[in-house]
Design a protein around this ligand. Sequence first.
Ligand SMILES: CC(C)(COP(=O)(O)OP(=O)(O)OC[C@H]1O[C@@H](n2cnc3c(N)ncnc32)[C@H](O)[C@@H]1OP(=O)(O)O)[C@@H](O)C(=O)NCCC(=O)NCCS
Length: 176
Amino acid sequence: MKWGEGFVDLDKTVHDRKSFDCGNGELNDFIATKAAKHMKAGVSLTRVLPAADPMPGAGYPICAYFSVAASTILRKTLPPRMAKKLPQYPVPVFLVAQLAVNSDCQGAGLGKVTLIKALKYLVEVNRYMRAVAVIVDPVDEEAQRFYEKYGFEVLCQNRGRDRMFLPMDTVVRLFA
Ligand SMILES: CC(C)(COP(=O)(O)OP(=O)(O)OC[C@H]1O[C@@H](n2cnc3c(N)ncnc32)[C@H](O)[C@@H]1OP(=O)(O)O)[C@@H](O)C(=O)NCCC(=O)NCCS
């Protein structure tokens, strides 16, 4: 599948959410049934990379997507080198809540591009509303290895998953 020009906000009237398949049921279900609802409810924001061409009668297939949300973390959860600079109350972080690439497009560098786009988006948000880190809760060990490649480190357990993080100042430096 040939992908289009760039990432845009998910629009359920334009993008074919149901045909997305990344090989992981949870991430397929999220884009098919939850992402648009969560955007409307103000829970998270999803951006998608549509295919270059629409499917007749079904809108544009989605080549990749990411969802981001605001969250907080307790200071004591963070490594001492970061924690010592922070107040006692929960501090803001950005959560990359979901990130996935359509199976048809995997292995061609799009996962890396999607993560870079998500981080770049959060750097822009950080200009107006600050956060101390970007966190992710990878769906499985393979996903965890993917994030490790880009410098994410395991922080703690969250609902049965390893939560990983990258300090915001590191992310900002990446795009400086
Ligand atoms: C993980 C995923 C996003 C990777 O997408 P992709 O387009 O195949 O990845 P890329 O081609 O950009 O690969 C980027 C790098 O990550 C590595 N990589 C890709 N998938 C990986 C995996 N599952 N585990 C470890 N490393 C992986 C590649 O080898 C490549 O490394 P290189 O630059 O040194 O060659 C994709 O396989 C996917 O959507 N999987 C299902 C959902 C998922 O696990 N999402 C993760 C977030 S919870």
